[in-house]
Structures are given as C-alpha cells and as structure tokens.
Design a protein. Structure first.
Length: 222
C-alpha cells in the first residue's frame, strides 16, 4: 500500500535576479512501513524533498499525495493539522527549546490536540521511556549530550503516533557510537510499522535500509 506518492514534483525558488531549481520532475512512491534512505551531495534537494513531503513547503508544480489525499487542496491550517497528526520530524540540529525541560519539549506537538495536561504528560513519559530517557524528564537540553538531545527530538517526533517520520541527517552531529544508537532506535520504530524517510551521507547506514534513492542537482538519478 502506497502511503506517499509524488508526481512530477518541481521546486523552483525565485528572487528578482536568480532562479534556483531545487527539485526537478521528481516521481516517487513510498510503501507503508518502508524505510527509505535519500542520498546525494549537499545542495542537491534532499532537505527540500523532506520539506515538501512534510508539507512545510509546496511544489511548483507537482502533486503530493499522502494516504490517498491530494495535499495540494490544503490551506495552511489544514496542512498544519494534517502534518501534526501524520508526520514526525527529526532534524540534525535537534530544534529543541532550551527554555523548556525534556518533558515539556516532548509534549509540544500534543498541545495542538484535544486532551488533558495529565494525559499529555503521561504520553510524553511513555515515549521518553521508549527512547531511554525516563530519568531525564526535568533536565534541560543544555544539560544533555548530543545523543540525548537527539533522543528527545525523536521522542517529540513520535509522541503523536505519526505514520511517517522524516529524518534529516539525524546522526550528523553525533559521534559514531551515539549515531548507531539513534539508527537502531529508528529501525525499532520501523519494525513497529512506522514509515521512515531518512536523509543521510553515510553509505553504510543507508545500505541497511530497504531502499536508497539518490539525487544530483535536484534530479532523482537512482
């Protein structure tokens, strides 16, 4: 069953003097439960691809269909709600809020959903246990290692039970040991049925996933 379908997706950024083609005629299908790696040199469109799949950006032109729904019909509010329910993001730079403790960082996506504060806290504690940080709930990001911060970011990404996780270089700021722990955690989530698309420069990691697609100058070349 296809969970993501991209058809003839282009992305062009224009200023008064410059036109930059970020993606060119991308056609991509992702099966439900697949673990897909995206590879290519810096600036080839990998992050743009994730942003478009995650509805943080829009193609011009092209269509993005998720779970059979054409997302081109979405306004900003509908896209935000759909994204919050369906997609979890894991970024290389963690994107944690330093003024919030670990528990509050993980709860953030749940603030946009119905439910009590007690239920939000309980769910956040459950996923922090899953990523091995149940003993760090009151700590702040500045008190954690890079690997721990990335675990918090993954907990935040999965707290709403998304069907899709988009991971953009999730091990890029980590040493090899911490990086492999994060990859193993992503594989665990995939084995539980979560669809994962991961941007990586690490060929060894990519070869462990089900499929690799490669980009060069905005074009899918493999």
């Amino acid at each position: 069953m296809k969970i993501i379908q991209l058809e003839n997706v282009h992305k062009v950024y224009r200023t008064k003097e410059i036109e930059t083609i970020a993606l060119e005629n991308v056609n991509l299908s992702v099966e439900k439960g697949e673990f897909l790696s995206v590879m290519g040199p810096s600036g080839c469109g990998k992050s743009t691809l994730l942003n478009i799949i995650g509805l943080l950006d829009t193609p011009n032109p092209g269509t993005v269909t998720i779970n059979g729904t054409d997302t081109s019909t979405f306004g900003d509010k509908t896209a935000a709600g759909f994204r919050n329910k369906t997609v979890g993001f894991v970024f290389q730079s963690f994107h944690l809020v330093n003024s919030l403790n670990v528990l509050d960082n993980v709860q953030l996506p749940l603030l946009y959903r119905p439910g009590s504060a007690i239920n939000r806290q309980q769910r956040a504690k459950e996923v922090l246990e899953k990523v091995g940080l149940s003993h760090r709930t009151k700590h702040f990001p500045t008190q954690l290692s890079g690997g721990q911060c990335q675990r918090v970011a993954i907990a935040r990404a999965i707290v709403g039970n998304p069907e899709i996780i988009l991971a953009d270089e999730p091990t890029g700021n980590l040493d090899s040991k911490m990086g492999m722990e994060i990859i193993e955690l992503l594989f665990d989530l995939n084995r539980e049925g979560t669809t994962i698309i991961m941007v990586t420069h690490d060929e060894h990691i990519a070869k462990q996933t089900k499929r690799i697609i490669r980009f060069f100058d905005g074009r899918q070349v493999e």
